[in-house]
Structures are given as C-alpha cells and as structure tokens.
Design a protein around this ligand. Sequence first.
Ligand code: GYE
Length: 332
Amino acid sequence: MKKRFLSTIAIAGAAAVALSACSSDADPGASGSAGAAGGGGDVITVGFAQTGSESGWRSANTDSMKAAFSAENGFDLIFNAADNDTAAQIQAVRGFINQGVDAIVIAPIVEDGWDDVLGEAKDAGIPVILEDRTVSAADDLYAAWVGDDFKAEGTTAGEWAATTFGDTATKMVVLEGTTGSAPANDRAAGFDEAIAGTKIEKIDSLTGDFTRDGGKSVMEGFLQKYGVDGIDLVFAHNDDMALGAIEAIEAAGATPGKDIQIVSIDGVHDGMQALVDGKINYIVECNPLLGEQAASLVKSVIAGDTVEKQTFAVDEAFDQAAAEAALPDRKY
Ligand code: GYE
C-alpha cells in the first residue's frame, strides 16, 4: 500500500501541471485500483465519506464536492453517504483503505472515535483530508482540514441575541445539532459565552439532529411543555431545524419571528427566504462550498507540497434587510 502511494506521488507530481488536460481515461465508475496505480496514471482516486443528507447545507456541500472532484478535474470519486451513522462512516473509510485509494476525504459526523481508523490510513500511506467538521484525534493523523469556524458562528448568533434581548428577561430554547458533532459542540460554546451575563435564560436544549423533522418534533415538545407564552427565543444550530420549528410554532397558533423569535446558522436558500419573510430573525452563514479547496488540498498533499493544516471559509451574518439584498445572488 505504501509503495503504491509513493508511486502515486511520483505520477501525480509529473501530472500536476496538466491535471485538467489529462482526464481522458478517468472512469467515474471505476474502483480505487484503477486510478494512479493502473493504466494512464493521471487519475487521482479519492474516497469521500460524507455524513449523510440531513440538511440543505449538506446537499450544497455534496454538490460542491462532486463538482470539484470530477473526472474533468482529474479525479475518480468514490462517494459514500453514511446516513448520519458513525459506525457506517468508519466502515466506509476502512473500505476506502482496503481499496487502496490515493486519498480519503472525510466529513466526520462526530468528533470522537477517529484515532484507530485514521491510524490505519496513515499506516497504509493514504493521506486523509478532513472537510467541514473537525475531529478530536491528534492532528498528525490527517494532512489538513478545510471548513467553517463553528465557534465564531455561535458567538455571532449569541451576540445578536445579547444585543436584541440581553436586558430583558428572556426564555430561550435550543435546537441542537447532532450530538457529539463539532458544529453542535462549538456553536453551543460560542453562543453560551456570548450571552453570559445577560438576562437570557436557556430553559431547555435538545438535539433535532440537524434535520427539519427533528427540529419540528423537538419544538412541538417544547411548546407542549412551556406553552407559546413560555418561550421567547429559539436558537437553532441550523436553518433546517429552524424551518421545522417554524412549522411547529405556526401549528400551535403563534407567529414565528414575532411571538417567538428565531436565530439560526447556515444561510441556505430556504432559511434566507424565511428571514426575508420575517419568520426567522437572524442567520449566521456557514459556507458549504468547500469542494474546490478540498480538491486543491488533495492535489497538493499527493504532490508532496506543504499545505496549511487548517483552512477557514469566510462567513457573513444576515438580518432581514441584508438577506433581502443577498438572496438573488446566493449560490445555494
Ligand atoms: O450546519 C448543518 C449540517 O457540519 C457545518 O451540518 C455542518 C452542519 C450544518 O447538517 O446544516
């Protein structure tokens, strides 16, 4: 395996200058062994272990990754979506190692539990690039990470809440992302720090797993427990859960954005539309268009170039007027 990786470096190095022009024998359906070790030697075989398809953000991220890791760009992409099942995702990565792919890209569902399989990839000489979420494993077990600053997103959302509600007694519920995931952990931490010392009281917090259905059913439970008048503010860790909460609030006979205000994170099209419509009050962006940066990291790592260990995407934040101005040009 190691030997094959070394030959890949040599081949990729020679091909690096002309990658976009030599995709003629790329075969998207081929298995890992048909890549750099096989015939033409100009194709980089990449196994991508995606989390699943839980949200609008995820769809945009998958599209961006598939577009960047295309045959035209010199890649043979083996795509796996784990349906939010952490064991299945680790299994997929082991499968890529067994296939002898040239590189592995992972969007890790949760932070913990990666040490063993990342160690196996390292022993096999297969570089790993993380995209989107981070892991708690030692950083010498992967080559690089590209994604968004989840803690800063939480802080920005919390600062909006502190400015809007800070001096008024406010009952807040939280719709958490997938338990143990980096964005759920970091967004919660950033938000909590930003509202510390204000009169915002977190009365409840449960996971809705980053899905619209999850957000809806958790919000239904909160409304049953506290009543429409017992909740002033919802912090949703992503837009999809905020959209589910909107359905629950409307079904309870209240007006989202007025009776109960909502702040969320992502900035996907449906979320931004809800902000324009006044049903969400503030959105912090999380850019899902990470494909090109991830693909360029893979090429650099395979070519033996030194790369940045961490690359952060740039995120904005939107109130209603900003969302109205931005919506026509949004790419996702
Ligand atoms: O915010 C959410 C998705 O990991 C940043 O995952 C990503 C998050 C995103 O399901 O919508």
